[in-house]
Write a protein that binds this ligand. Structure first.
Ligand SMILES: C[S@@+](CC[C@H](N)C(=O)[O-])C[C@H]1O[C@@H](n2cnc3c(N)ncnc32)[C@H](O)[C@@H]1O
Length: 438
């Protein structure tokens, strides 16, 4: 990564937003190096500016295009992101409007666009004076790409507005306490002693929700593995595995290892955990995460869809397939997904998901259980994958998830984003019966 840092904070934010929108890079890639070394207050501001501008980009850009009488010259592309940031500040933050406008003009100068400072000043002043225009469509109102809004409303005729609204809210910070160190009471007490107010999670046994997000170094015992940061919906995957001592477990798409860690904490007496991921670099992050909680897994860099390349033939009793997906259930945590994902990605992802499920199934023991999970709310990646799979596999039995959260789809359980303040997540439990022919 290069070329986002240097200059004022606003110039850095402008470059980051530009790289997300025009170069397909994620905030997850761009922000960490840009935040390094900044004082806490500036870190918070930079994150808020980048997240907020991406969260509201579709709506703010519709306004911007209305206000520009002709498109900005291509070589001035950065100014578009500078204006989106300025509009974000006028519409969604408490920054004094005149300061936001003045600093935007100064930043245009800093970015070498001296001749366009008048345009920046004019557009932002007019936006301030006129107020926000009425959005032209529901997609614009909720600041989503049209294709995504169409899919959500077709998939969830009763819930799509809840999903869109939840996607634009800031998410809670959830922790998982390590049952080797804490129970719920001692976990809450330890957090309270550290000045952090929190309450038990609503769905997962080891979940704690902080009342306010904080840096991990304020969490007591974080470096000793007493707590991990993990969304509550993600924690449910481990519970659905119904782990028991002596089992051989495959975590098929494991990096960065959040769920591998939860599996090992949840059942320390497993025979073996194999943590597989095709991305060698991301695999390294599993090592860091497991070292912190003092746990071990066998790490393998390979394509889960090609067991011939990595499988030793010993069947697994439990498999977690936390499949690569659109991330449409976690847009509130990663608002850049709205800018990065394309409609055509969904079909490609669905092909990969089915391919991985087919391959992993092959390595599951008879009587074993596979949990298929995604952080997507699109049926193409969820119920339809399970439906297609079940139809082609006489030895696969869908185990109903009879809990009081989410929607039973007939092919797995769907948590809708925002339901009980959770991320959107999908889960299906499949068990392998001896093959029989009717
Ligand atoms: C949803 S993320 C997994 C998150 C992880 N389970 C956790 O809880 O921290 C999906 C992962 O699948 C990996 N992946 C994508 N295609 C794969 C493949 N063909 N084989 C194995 N891993 C794959 C990606 O590198 C990514 O790390």
């Amino acid at each position: 990564m290069s070329g986002v840092t240097g200059g004022s904070l606003r110039a850095t934010a402008t470059r980051i937003i530009h790289q997300v929108v025009h170069q397909g890079q994620s905030l997850g890639q761009l922000l960490p190096p840009a935040l390094e070394g900044l004082p806490a207050e500036e870190r918070g501001r930079l994150q808020d500016w980048c997240f907020g501008s991406c969260r509201w980009w579709h709506r703010l850009n519709a306004e911007l295009q209305q206000r520009l009488h002709k498109p900005l010259p291509k070589r001035q592309g950065l100014l578009e992101s500078l204006l989106i940031l300025g509009l974000y500040q006028l519409r969604h933050t408490r920054i004094a409007p005149h300061a936001a406008i003045h600093q935007s003009v100064e930043t245009a100068r800093e970015l070498g666009s001296h001749q366009l400072t008048g345009l920046i000043n004019g557009i932002l002043r007019k936006s301030l004076r006129d107020g926000e225009p009425e959005p032209g469509s529901e997609a614009m109102r909720h600041s989503h790409p049209q294709w995504l809004m169409a899919k959500l409303s077709a998939n969830w005729p009763e819930q799509w507005q809840t999903i869109l609204e939840a996607n634009n809210r800031k998410p809670p910070m959830s922790l998982r306490f390590n049952p080797g160190h804490h129970d719920q009471t001692s976990a809450l007490a330890a957090l309270a002693d550290a000045g952090l107010t929190a309450h038990p999670g609503q769905l997962a046994a080891h979940a704690i929700q902080l009342d306010e997000a904080c840096p991990v170094d304020r969490i007591p015992g974080f470096n000793q593995g007493h707590f991990s940061v993990q969304d509550e919906a993600a924690q449910l995957c481990t519970e659905l595995l119904e782990l028991a001592p002596g089992q051989r477990v495959l975590d098929a798409c494991a990096a960065p290892g959040g769920k591998t860690g939860a599996i090992l904490e949840n059942q320390p007496a497993l025979a073996e955990v194999v943590a597989l991921d095709s991305d060698r670099e991301r695999l390294g992050r599993i090592t860091e995460n497991l070292e912190r909680i003092d746990a071990n897994a066998r790490l393998v860099a390979a394509d889960a869809g090609d067991p011939g390349a990595w499988w030793d033939g010993a069947a697994f009793d439990r498999i977690l397939l936390d499949a690569p997906c659109s991330g449409t259930g976690v847009i509130r945590r990663h608002p850049d997904i709205k800018l990065l994902r394309r409609e055509t990605d969904i079909r490609d992802l669905a092909d990969t998901q089915l391919r991985l499920l087919e391959a992993c199934w092959h390595t599951l023991a008879t009587g074993g259980r596979l949990v298929y999970a995604t952080c997507s709310v699109l049926q193409q990646e969820n119920t339809r994958i399970i439906q297609r799979f079940i139809n082609g596999h006489m030895d696969a039995q869908l185990v109903p998830i009879t809990l009081d959260w989410g929607i039973e789809t007939g092919y797995g359980r769907q948590l809708i984003t925002g339901e009980r303040d959770q991320d959107g997540f999908f889960y299906a439990c499949l068990e392998k019966n001896p093959a029989h022919w009717a």
